[in-house]
Design a protein around this ligand. Sequence first.
Ligand code: G1P
Length: 313
Amino acid sequence: MASTSQTATAPLTSGLRTAVVPAAGLGTRFLPATKTVPKELLPVVDTPGIELIAREAAQAGATRLAVVTAPRKQGVMEYFERDELLEETLAARGKTDQLAKVRAVNGLVDAVAVDQDRPLGLGHAVGCAESTLDDDEEFFAVLLPDDLVLPAGVINEMVKIREELGGTVLCGFEVPESEVSNYGVFDIEQSEGGVGGVAGEDVKKVRGMVEKPDAADAPSTVVATGRYLLDRSIFDALRRITPGKGGELQLTDAIELLIEEGHPVHVYIHHGGRHDLGNPGGYIRACVDAALQDDTYGPSLKTWLADRLGQEN
Ligand code: G1P
């Protein structure tokens, strides 16, 4: 395990300290680019996905980003290191805007590398990060970098829910029935209204969870998106599961085990947007979406797109 030298400056207000980011995947949906460029470094407009994740984690109060990487993806950790020569050059040339952009990632969080030497699944990746937590850390966040959840801030909401209800808090999304088999699917208690007062009816108790079921067997159309607030007891559960869907150690199965043993698990149903940065189709949408809201690129992109789409008819 290696830690970057910068000091974390985010205020520790939420009790959340560590955010785990599983980033060891091969990026097969994004070949050939991912042959040499980790998908977490592909930019949304000009900012790599890993920096968006680091910002989101820091905003939720996390001071440590445990990045689970594979030996061939060292570029992800290098991104958190300072480039003094580049900074000096930009400063000497008076390029203050670019200098601020280059420095923005430093000081957001303390990025810590966690090696996952074999691709044994999301559950295995999360388990690898256990040693990065302090002994008295009772819970931590997991942010999947493929999932861009909009607007950012859902983890903050989940932290508030945990403060009220304890246990584990997950993030759910309604999807069409035809898409459920791509996700972990929740079996939720269909109570009137919600549980607890924080987020009203968008908080539900989870009765069970199943990884990528056939549509016919799915308990609901509410699926897990890539934001988790996990109780530390998940590590013990992860040690006790056996390979599940796809022969991999599934985080979903460890959560299901906790539920079976009476551990409280709630889902916060998020109504915002979401992009899947892990494949070209979702990534292009994310880029267009972000660029349309960008002061520099938005206006001309909008004009060009309208013109371009006009030619399609
Ligand atoms: C993972 C999880 C799945 C979850 C999904 C969200 O699947 O295993 O439960 O719904 O992330 O993006 P993956 O997309 O890595 O196959």
